[in-house]
Design a binder for this molecule. Structure first.
Ligand SMILES: *Cc1c(COP(=O)(O)O)cnc(C)c1O
Length: 377
């Protein structure tokens, strides 16, 4: 049995340590500094975003986005149901209520028709949500245009959770840069990482300035410590921003490596009965941050859990597709609009090891273990 093969691990390039050393040499060991400023600027260049604020996590960025939009206790916020809990937790931090929206089969992301219908219905009964949080899952953009159109029609701000989609495109542009506010994550398992970190982007310079203000304890311009609003300690460290600058330089290589993993898996396993890979919608290019597939237990001869456990026995980490948030005990009692598609993807979906640092031998081991799970049944 070989060494463990993990789902998605950090993959440093050649320059990160140089930037970190520069932070040490100049003693910029603080949540401000030249690397933070440069990381924000370079991030804008890479993504096409207008303005960016580097923060301590993607979750912090979502929290700030909701604050900036003015979400208050009792407000409702529409949110993709098929996602990580961090997408919706900040809605709860603010005492607001998430309303979960189901996925479509085309991209596994929020179903635009369902959103349009739900907003039309809510407009009729005078109960529109305060915001929509749209997730771009597993490296693939949602179908942003009809979603943005529906939001604009009812004057609802759109927050894009692009934590998993840095490096992807939607009609040639970067998901996360279409809505009112976009957010990204640099957690250790994302396509590039600062160990922990996040980014908030917007076309509105004042809004991004306000994000920086809130993220640095909301200090009013005064020589003494003066605060007219509640602040947060959410800025990114200058040391970690140095890592981020190095990682941005290799983003495209990381996208190519993850897309190659997908291609290898797809070629080897795509013809097995009962296996279907997450589709790539024709409106954009996915990064294949994680290679995901669904398993039809009858056709394949083993169900998702059996395959996952067979992989675990070979020291291979695979994970079920996100458990929809409308099924999570933490969100019990929250309204859900549809949900059957997300439930089906959760029941049958598996994420395979997908790191950009996997070797051909690693991929071979994963493929063999899945093929064996098929043949032994
Ligand atoms: C990782 C992730 C987040 C949270 O980002 P952190 O930087 O870990 O706080 C939010 N949403 C989605 C969809 C994610 O995958």
């Amino acid at each position: 049995m070989g060494k463990p093969i993990l789902l998605s691990t950090p993959h440093m390039g050649d320059r990160e340590l140089e930037f970190v050393k520069e932070a040490f040499d100049t003693n910029w060991i603080a949540p401000v500094g030249p690397h933070v400023d440069a990381f924000e600027q370079e991030f804008c260049q890479v993504t096409g975003a207008s303005y960016a604020a580097a923060v301590s996590s993607g979750t912090a960025a979502i929290h700030l986005a909701l604050l900036l939009i003015g979400v208050k206790p009792g407000d409702e916020v529409f949110c993709s149901t098929l996602t990580f809990a961090a997408t919706a937790n900040p809605i709860a931090y603010l005492g607001a209520k998430p309303v979960f929206i189901d996925s479509d089969r085309l991209s596994w992301n929020m179903n635009p028709d369902l959103l349009q219908e739900a907003l039309a219905h809510r407009a009729r009964i005078g109960k529109l949500p305060k915001a929509v949080v749209l997730v771009h899952l597993y490296g693939q953009s949602a179908d942003i245009a009809p979603i943005l159109k529906a939001c604009n029609q009812y004057h609802i701000p759109l927050i894009e959770d692009a934590a998993e989609a840095l490096g992807a495109t939607y009609k040639g542009r970067t998901p996360g840069t279409f809505g009112h506010i976009g957010i990204y994550s640099f957690n250790g398992n994302k396509i590039i990482t600062t160990s922990g970190g996040g980014m908030l982007v917007s076309d509105d310079s004042e809004l991004v300035a306000k994000a920086r203000f809130l993220a640095t304890q909301a200090r009013d311009p005064a020589p003494h410590y003066q605060h007219s609003t509640i602040g947060y300690n959410y800025r990114l460290s200058n040391v970690l921003a140095g890592i981020g600058r190095g990682q941005l330089l290799v983003l495209q290589e990381r996208v190519q490596a993850r897309r190659r993993n997908f291609k290898v898996y797809h070629q080897a396993l795509g013809t097995l009965p009962g296996i279907a890979f997450m589709p790539e919608a024709d409106f954009g290019k996915a990064t294949r941050w994680l290679t995901c597939l669904t398993i039809d237990p009858i056709a394949f001869g083993a169900d998702r859990e059996q395959v996952r456990l067979a992989l675990a026995q070979q020291q291979i980490e695979a994970r079920p597709v996100w458990k929809p948030l409308h099924l999570q005990p933490a969100f019990a009692g929250c309204e859900s609009i549809g949900g059957a598609v997300a439930e089906d993807l959760f029941a049958h979906g598996l994420c395979l090891p997908s790191g950009s640092n996997l070797t051909d031998a690693d991929l071979e081991r994963v493929i063999d273990a899945i093929a064996k799970a098929h043949n032994s049944n």
